[in-house]
Structures are given as structure tokens and as C-alpha cells.
Design a protein around this ligand. Structure first.
Ligand code: NAG
Length: 167
């Protein structure tokens, strides 16, 4: 709610709470593949199984809660991947178009999330390891800091806002 005038924030909160209640929140699951040095995120169990099999990955559990359908204040999150098994998740269709022009494969809409910190959401941080060609997403800032300080990742800021697992 930071940055919004009090009255405006209050209206957003009430509206989103009442409209969001019937919405199904989905767990974003993550797997890590040591063979391909990559992280892959999805809310779809069958997609997860497919990629785990093809990339010899193993599940690392849940990262956050997001929506499987468009909800008030949410926006589509697109996934793209390249031939180095690097996966990027973005709310920017311009970024998707730029990456596709560079040869990345458009995987379409993967889930819906917020582009601002509304409705009790938290930042989903993104870091990039250009050597391993891997993007890592985390709501845990300590996990992000460790990736930057000791695993060769570069800070790329906040990718989107999601709901914490304890929500
Ligand atoms: C955040 O990440 C750190 C480092 O991986 C871990 O020790 C800690 O338990 C995590 N915190 C939560 C709330 O998951």
C-alpha cells in the first residue's frame, strides 16, 4: 500500500478483498535441474512433470501464491525460454517481444500477478546468472542475497508482486 493516498488504498483493499475471495490461488512450484543448471516455475502440475522429466530436475517446493485466472488488479505473467534452458517470467509483453526477436520461445501466459504492491502482496525478486544462464525468482530476500553474494547471480530487481505462501 506504500505510496497510495490513504483513502485510495483503503478502497482498493476493500474492493480487491471482496472480489478476490472466489478466486483460486495457485502455488507456483519450482524445480531445479542440476544437469541444465536452471530453475523452472509453473502452477500447472502436468507442465511441471513434463519439464522435470525432460530436464532431469527435482522439485524444490513452492515459491509463492498467484492466480490462475485474471483477477482485479492482476496482469498476465508471460514465460519465455531460450535454447540454454533459461526461463524468464515477466509482466511486460514488450520484453516478451524483444526476447522472441532474439530467438527466445514464447510459452504464453503462465499465471496472473500484480505489478504493484497491493492486496497484501510481496515482491518476487529476480536475479540472473549469465554464466549459468539461469534466472532465479524468490520472495525470500535472504535467498536472493545469498544467490548474489555467493552463487554468481546479478540483481535484476522486482519481477512482480505475488502473495506469500502463508497468505
Ligand atoms: C530464506 O532463505 C534463507 C536462505 O536460504 C533460509 O535460511 C531461510 O529459512 C528462508 N526463510 C524463509 C522464511 O523461508
Amino acid at each position: 500500500m506504500k505510496g497510495f493516498p490513504i483513502v485510495f488504498a483503503f478502497i482498493i483493499y476493500i474492493t480487491s478483498q471482496s472480489l478476490a475471495s472466489p478466486a483460486v490461488k495457485n502455488n507456483v512450484r519450482v524445480f531445479r535441474s542440476n544437469s541444465y543448471m536452471t530453475h523452472y516455475y509453473t502452477i500447472d502440475p502436468s507442465q511441471m512433470e513434463t519439464w522435470i522429466t525432460s530436464m532431469q530436475g527435482q522439485s524444490q517446493g513452492d515459491t509463492a501464491l498467484v492466480f490462475g485466472t485474471l483477477q482485479p488488479l492482476t496482469t498476465p505473467v508471460f514465460a519465455v525460454h531460450n535454447s540454454d534452458a533459461d526461463f524468464i517470467y515477466t509482466t511486460s509483453s514488450d520484453e516478451v517481444n524483444t526476447l522472441v526477436a532474439e530467438g527466445w520461445v514464447d510459452l504464453g501466459i503462465y499465471w496472473y500477478a500484480f505489478t504493484a504492491q497491493v492486496c497484501d502482496s510481496v515482491p518476487l525478486y529476480v536475479v540472473d546468472n549469465p554464466t549459468m544462464t539461469d534466472h532465479l525468482y524468490a520472495t525470500n530476500s535472504t535467498e536472493r542475497d545469498v544467490a548474489i553474494s555467493s552463487q554468481g547471480y546479478v540483481d535484476e530487481g522486482i519481477a512482480m508482486y505475488v502473495l506469500p505462501l502463508s497468505d
